[in-house]
Ligand binder design. Structure first.
Ligand SMILES: Cc1cc2nc3c(=O)[nH]c(=O)nc-3n(C[C@H](O)[C@H](O)[C@H](O)COP(=O)(O)O)c2cc1C
Length: 438
């Protein structure tokens, strides 16, 4: 057994029966049970037994045309995470919440509550939301740069609210009847471009001071935001060269913002398609692809390309670059648009694009047997293209067992994964500093 000083950080993306848009159709997917607490607890407890640092819940505030074709279950993240906190002991609980379609006071209360209830296991995936305007009376969607400007102010207000109670504000003196030291609970009196908030928060300082900040933007605005504010970055890159370039941009951005590069962990999103042999894993990939509804798959890719109609193109065709809107016309997910534009320029077929989008929402798919998959993960980690991984199962029930019973034990055996949780809070698991200097 080999012991390595630097170890991988890991999160498991949960929600629905898995990430692949066709996987719900497999006989054992569990789709009938997918809204239940039982299903989510089964997945979270398996991750906890494997000492995964956190479960991660993505969220979108819109159906995106899924009604007939793909499961649209998006249980509200904070509600789900609160339920999971009662059925788990150690694993971190990370949820996506929008800075465009929520208010800092509400959000600060929700995450303060989750952090208290879970004993310091909360994490917030800060999302600026690329869809959902039709549900909030804000049609059209605010511009990309405006969404990021609002996000920056939002984070400032939320942090001030979490810090509106000093760590030692609670006195709890039953003799004198003093609950808290009044001078240690202060209003924030914030007045900015987007928000006016008096404060203080009506919840004492959370155990971690505030939730671990996670983010996943890939545009220049997104990378700058992450480098300034975030502690975990969800990297959505295809291949070693792109993953390494992104990793280096995040770390140098953090240094430029006056931060220790180690205080920001870059987790590469990977979706392993596994089987006992690599050939069988490729067969599974082809099988999952056949479960996709081609009309829906085209629609999904067309949407990510900024609203292009792909209905006339055959799956084996390459797409002409001329169908793409100019980059400045893209107001939703610029990072995802750039990814698909690159793939189209490389001459990849519509089928390739569909598989990348529908398998893993644009993330890296690793096809192989358990050992070769573990080896690929080590390559990214050793090349410092990742500090660890956001793991995304095509199907939790079908692919989860091979991931948890074979791939992760191999990595643990090689010394890349811890054999116990590092502490009781998510910050300790990830070896991140506490904002109050602890
Ligand atoms: C891997 C990954 C995961 C994401 N998860 C979510 C999510 O759960 N909810 C959401 O609204 N946006 C999510 N996003 C979108 C980003 O938060 C961001 O809003 C979007 O990528 C647009 O920013 P960009 O143009 O900087 O990439 C995700 C993006 C990536 C790359």
């Amino acid at each position: 057994m080999n012991r390595h000083r630097r170890q991988m950080r890991t999160m498991l993306v949960i929600g629905n029966v898995g990430q692949h848009h066709g996987a719900w159709r497999e006989p054992d997917s569990g789709i009938e049970d997918a809204d239940s607490l039982r299903f989510h607890l089964e997945v979270a407890r398996r991750a906890e037994a494997a000492m995964i640092d956190a479960v991660f819940i993505a969220d979108h505030l819109s159906m995106l045309g899924r009604e007939a074709y793909a499961p649209a279950q998006h249980l509200e993240p904070l509600t789900l995470l609160s339920a999971l906190s009662a059925g788990t002991e150690s694993i971190g609980l990370v949820g996506s919440m929008s800075t465009t379609f929520s208010e800092p006071f509400n959000l600060a209360r929700q995450f303060a509550s989750l952090d208290h209830l879970s004993g310091g296991r909360a994490g917030w995936n800060v999302v600026t939301s690329a869809f959902g305007e039709e549900n909030f009376g804000t049609d059209p969607l605010p511009a990309h740069d405006v969404r990021y400007a609002r996000a920056a102010e939002f984070v400032e207000v939320a942090k001030a609210l979490w810090h509106s109670w000093a760590p030692d504000a609670l006195v709890l003196d039953k003799q004198t009847g003093t609950f808290a030291a009044a001078q240690k609970v202060q209003p924030i009196n914030f007045s900015g471009e987007y928000f006016t908030v008096k404060g203080p928060l009506n919840i004492p300082r959370p155990p971690q001071s505030y939730p671990v900040f996670v983010q996943a933007g890939t545009s220049t605005d997104g990378i700058n935001f992450a480098a300034r504010h975030c502690e975990v970055v969800f990297s959505a890159q295809q291949g070693m060269a792109a993953a390494k370039e992104y990793y280096d941009r995040i770390k140098s951005g953090a240094v430029a913002a006056g931060r220790d590069p180690d205080s920001i962990k870059v987790l590469l999103g990977v979706s392993p398609i596994l089987a006992a042999t690599t050939e069988a894993a490729h067969e599974r990939r082809r099988y999952l692809a056949r479960l996709l509804n081609p009309q829906f798959a085209r629609q999904l890719v067309g949407f990510q390309l900024g609203g292009v109609d792909l209905s006339e193109y055959g799956m084996d065709e390459t797409l002409p670059v001329s169908i793409l809107p100019g980059p400045t016309a893209v107001n939703r997910r610029k990072g995802r648009f750039d990814l698909y534009r690159r793939l189209i320029e490389e001459g990849r077929t519509l089928q390739d694009l569909v598989e990348i989008e529908a398998t893993a929402a644009g993330l890296q798919v690793l096809v192989g047997d358990p050992e070769s998959t573990a080896r690929q993960m080590v390559e990214y980690f050793e090349a410092e293209a990742a500090d660890g991984f956001m793991l995304i199962c095509p199907s939790h029930r079908v692919d989860g067992p091979l991931l948890f019973d074979e791939v992760l034990p191999i990595l643990r055996d090689w010394g890349y994964l811890p054999t116990a949780y590092r502490g009781t809070t998510l910050r300790e698991h990830l070896e991140l500093p506490f904002p109050d200097g602890r």
